[in-house]
Design a protein around this ligand. Structure first.
Ligand code: AMP
Ligand code: ZN
Length: 432
């Protein structure tokens, strides 16, 4: 099923024309209204007149997460604040978060691309969508919410967590669609089985899973345990949230909604654009966003694009599921985390050294983060009571900074292996 046949199956020459026109407009607008972009374009020696079609996009400079944080909170606004109706921020930065500000038009666009996403997997107005993505500043909850409502499905805004309640709601309301992270869907499958739910007989039939990396073997597992068809959906706060790309009913690569979000693949070391089929860093430019348009945003996600025809009839380019990252970002329970955030917290606490390691494990389909930190000789000799107190203090500070709970384990001075090159900060034992 296709939500917007005209757009999603547009002939390629028409699509190029539309993208070109939209890029030209966006560039003119940001040059005129966003001092940050004017400065960047000037420094790069590019003027709006140099952008005549979509292929000229490679003349433009990139935008990074750090650039976005530097102009926090409103530095990327391309319209007056009075036109902004909603704000979201992304997790996983030291200091200030990245802000996405939406106009009414942007919220409509979000509903449109999420309606495309859900329709691509078969959701209709007859469905009951149990939306277990987190509501709040995180984009997952409201993004799926707007999409489900746009279709006319019934949305249950249960948000994340509270597994017993999820299972009760699923049973009592007869949910037919589940939206959440892939790991949480497996957790629900197992908790549901223990609670006596027979998923083979339950009305649940579709899952729209994303916000973290997963694999084909995880998909098989989820489909078998929940007796649903599970679709990979992709997005990021900087661009709009979920609704950037999604699998169709063929479950083979994700169509990027490129009439609104233009993707490129670049060599992460040189910034050179790479041809279709070659793996590299995914870069997005928003073509229609009004509040905070973004030019050539470097996602740090690794994938490749293909323009091979898809059996569903959509002409929108497809991307492979995310293959990795070019940086050290971890996603734990859907929350983005960088080791540098942990370091910033540790530097403010006495009694510990900034020698640390992050251990991530997945137990019963839930992620657990343990932060091992070396204590100073002094603290080591102070005794167990003081050490435990310090562990609690760091756990609280980390929870405030990371927005996710971690267990802190203080280890003896020099216990963490020193490396001659880059310190090994992450031990990821999840077998995804
Ligand atoms: P956020 O802005 O907090 O929503 O995080 C966006 C990041 O989450 C992306 O840049 C990806 O690294 C990751 N992500 C989102 N959806 C997926 C997905 N379906 N598969 C793999 N990673 C994903
Ligand atoms: Zn398709």
């Amino acid at each position: 099923m296709i939500w917007n046949v005209e757009c999603e199956t547009m002939p390629l020459d028409k699509l190029r024309e539309l993208q070109s026109e939209r890029l030209i407009n966006t560039i003119r607008k940001v040059y005129a209204h966003v001092p940050y972009y004017k400065k960047m374009f000037d420094a790069h020696g590019v003027k709006p007149e140099d952008i005549c079609n979509i292929d000229d996009i490679s003349k433009l400079p990139f935008t990074t997460k750090d650039d976005m944080r530097d102009v926090y909170p409103y530095g990327l606004l391309a319209t007056s604040l009075k036109n902004i109706v909603e704000i979201h921020t992304s997790s996983g930065t030291t200091g200030k978060p990245v802000v996405d500000a939406y106009t009414r038009g942007d919220i409509d666009l979000w509903g449109e691309v999420m309606a495309r996403t859900l329709t691509a997997g078969g959701v209709t107005e007859d469905d009951i969508v149990q939306n277990a993505y987190g509501y709040g500043l995180f984009t997952g909850g409201l993004g799926a919410h707007y999409g489900a409502q746009r279709i006319g499905a019934t949305c249950i805004p249960i948000s994340g967590g509270n597994t017993n309640r999820q299972l009760d709601v699923m049973r009592d309301f007869g949910s037919t669609v589940l939206t959440c992270t892939p790991s949480y869907s497996l957790y629900l499958a197992e908790a549901g089985k223990e609670a006596g739910i027979d998923f083979e007989k339950s009305p649940l039939k579709l899952g729209f899973l994303g916000a973290e990396p997963w694999s084909e073997s995880m998909r098989t597992d989820i489909q078998n345990k929940l007796h649903i068809k599970a679709f990979d959906i992709f997005g990021l706060t900087e661009i709009i949230g979920p609704g950037v790309a999604a699998e169709c009913e063929l479950q083979n690569l994700l169509h990027v909604f490129e009439d609104h979000f233009y993707p490129e693949i670049i060599n992460p070391d040189t910034g050179e654009p790479l041809p279709d089929g070659e793996k590299g860093e995914l870069v997005f430019t928003t073509l229609t966003k009004e509040g905070t348009p973004i030019i050539r945003y470097r996602t740090r996600d690794i994938t490749y694009l293909t323009r091979d025809e898809c059996g569903c009839g959509r002409t929108m380019v497809r991307m492979h599921r995310i293959l990795g990252r070019t940086d050290d970002m971890l996603i734990v329970r859907g929350v983005n985390i960088f080791p540098s955030q942990v370091e910033q917290v540790l530097l403010k606490i006495d009694g510990v050294e900034p020698h640390y390691q992050l251990l991530v494990e997945r137990k019963h389909n839930l992620d657990y983060l343990e932060v091992q930190v070396e204590m100073t000789e002094n603290l080591f000799s102070d005794g167990l009571k003081f050490i435990e107190q310090k562990e609690c203090q760091i756990e609280r500070a980390l929870c405030d900074a990371l927005l996710v709970h971690s267990r802190v384990k203080l280890v003896e001075p020099k216990a963490i292996a020193r490396s001659e090159g880059k310190a090994k900060r992450i031990i990821d034992k999840r077998n995804i």
